[in-house]
Design a protein around this ligand. Structure first.
Ligand SMILES: [Zn+2]
Length: 270
């Protein structure tokens, strides 16, 4: 399992960290936006072999200090640290956009996360430098690779209306998670499946798997002299049919249905 430590920056009551009043009468707190993105990331991570640890307080009520966040991630031996933020800006500067911070080289994660989020939302960073190498506490004092994302400016006329929407949170969460998955080389968990156990079958065997093998042999034009009424038991006629199929497939014609023969019959090899 890939261990992903996430912190929603700040906490519910951090002073000043909120969306400008002119864009949002509720003056939504930064932590609320950060928490929402973090939750979507955790939700989407369910499709992958990823474990999540939130290192801030998920109720937002208490402020977990920066070093405590690092300690939690370090103790847990996380593989990656993601710090989720929205930019406070300087009260209405021009433009806005997403900014990604990395500290440890190489900056593959930082750049991939940034590119993926911009591609998903169009919120290209045009106020600040969009790709930054800076030693924020949580990036400097964690032992694993990490990125601090600022998902848009809370004081920007362009960004504020967008970053307040649920849809935006979903888009950046999905883009972020998928970029992490790509860089880490993770694969989606397999869909729910029905497992069928098959044995190595040879002359003398009987059972449902023998019958399944015989049906597959026949479907592949290797029925030979097998009698459908006797499907379920493996005799010399079945052995001949297995050999016929093995020759046809370029496999060793030993008349035993083992891994390679099963693989060919089920279409899961080659
Ligand atoms: Zn912040």
């Amino acid at each position: 399992m890939f261990k992903l430590a996430i912190d929603a920056g700040h906490y519910l009551k951090t002073a000043g960290r909120r969306v400008s009043k002119k864009f949002d009468s509720n003056q939504t707190r930064e932590w609320v936006l950060n928490d929402r993105v973090a939750r979507y990331i955790a939700q989407y991570a369910g499709d992958y072999p990823i474990e999540i640890l939130r290192v801030d307080d998920t109720t937002g009520k208490t402020l977990v200090g920066l070093q405590a966040r690092c300690d939690r991630a370090n103790r847990w031996e996380a593989d990656f640290y993601l710090s989720v933020h929205h930019n406070g800006g300087i009260a209405g500067g021009k433009g806005g956009g997403i900014v990604a911070y990395g500290y440890k080289k190489p900056f593959t994660y930082r750049d991939e996360l940034y590119n993926a989020c911009v591609a998903a939302t169009g919120l290209r960073g045009n106020r600040a430098k969009p790709l930054v190498s800076k030693g924020f506490h949580v990036l400097k004092h964690t032992g694993m690779m990490g990125v601090l994302m600022e998902y848009g400016f809370m004081d920007s006329a362009t960004d504020a209306p967008v970053i307040l929407t649920e849809e935006y949170a979903q888009k950046v969460a999905k883009a972020t998670l998928e970029a992490i998955v790509r860089v880490a080389g993770l694969e989606k968990k397999k869909e729910d499946c029905c497992n069928v156990e098959v044995r190595i079958l040879k002359n003398g065997a009987s059972g449902a798997d023998v019958r399944a093998m015989q049906l597959l042999l026949a479907a592949n034009g290797c029925k030979g002299k097998m009698d459908e009424k006797k499907y379920g038991s493996f005799g010399s006629k079945t052995e001949a049919a297995v050999k016929q199929y093995q020759k046809k497939m370029g496999l060793e014609a030993d008349g035993v249905c083992g891994g390679k023969t099963w693989g060919a019959l089920l279409g899961v090899t080659g």
